[in-house]
Design a protein around this ligand. Structure first.
Ligand SMILES: C[S@@+](CC[C@H](N)C(=O)[O-])C[C@H]1O[C@@H](n2cnc3c(N)ncnc32)[C@H](O)[C@@H]1O
Length: 238
């Protein structure tokens, strides 16, 4: 099993376990599996929403929520008057999104897809929402190159990822790795080293992301640093 499959399996197991809790939650965008995550998650999602409000301002513009998870931002994007498409690698996360779509009487188009191989035409979205996905893959260049391909010239993208400079997160990382290692042992998988199933790869640095964005002809418009880094960028017209 390659490491990216652990990531998919992690999100599939997570989405099955919490399906009802998430679908029945009153404010599902703030839903957390553990109470100690509530404050940080609310701050992160509110920061993302405020950037969405500031930058994704064209009504009826076409937006893609890349790696939408269980739709934390997806339904908000629709409430903002945007025409939303969304996808995720995890079948079970998309099952939650579809259940929420029905419950909210919405008609967002949800699909299962890999973000390094999107089934969309070139230059077809005005905006891309890429929240907390790039840290889950080693194929960062391929992901950004696909984002560039599907985004219209001058289109805007918001990209977020954990802030590696955040001390607390670093300390927690080791504990998470040990817990996940033990979880895998319980299901008879013996990894060769300690891994955090959700984040098996080193967090990207700001320099690394800036260099990758520059390589794909994205111009950085703003960087907001909280425990999560939010980068707003524009696809430079060529
Ligand atoms: C931390 S969650 C973020 C979800 C959502 N964007 C949010 O902000 O709540 C990361 C998501 O990336 C998805 N993901 C990981 N690798 C992927 C891939 N290769 N293609 C599409 N989605 C992927 C996972 O299934 C998971 O739902």
């Amino acid at each position: 099993m390659n490491i990216e499959k652990y990531v998919r399996e992690h999100y599939n197991i997570f989405a099955t376990k919490y399906f009802d809790n998430i679908v029945n939650s009153e404010r599902h965008e703030y839903w957390v599996s553990r109470p100690e995550l509530a404050l940080g998650t609310k701050k992160r999602v509110d920061c993302g929403k405020s950037l969405i409000n500031n930058y994704f301002t064209k009504k009826n513009a076409k937006i893609l929520d890349v790696g939408c998870g269980f739709g934390r931002y997806t339904f908000f994007l629709s409430e903002c008057g945007l025409k939303v498409s969304a996808f995720d690698l995890s079948y079970n996360c998309i099952a939650i999104c579809k259940a929420l779509n029905k419950k909210k009487r919405n008609d967002i188009n949800f699909e299962v897809m890999d973000f390094t191989n999107m089934r969309y035409k070139n230059n077809c979205f005005d905006y891309l929402n890429c929240m907390d996905i790039i840290e889950h893959t080693l194929r960062k260049k391929e992901l950004l190159s696909e984002c560039k391909r599907v985004l219209k010239p001058n289109g805007l993208m918001i990209l977020s990822y954990p802030n590696i400079e955040d001390e607390l997160r670093h300390k927690n990382e080791k504990i998470v790795k040990i817990k996940n290692y033990l979880k895998l042992i319980l299901i008879n998988i013996k990894p060769k080293r300690l891994i955090d199933i959700e984040h098996p790869f080193p967090y990207p640095t700001n320099k690394e992301i800036e260099k990758l964005l520059e390589g794909e002809n994205f111009e950085i418009i703003s960087i907001t640093k909280t425990p999560t880094v939010f980068v707003v960028c524009r696809k430079v017209e060529k």
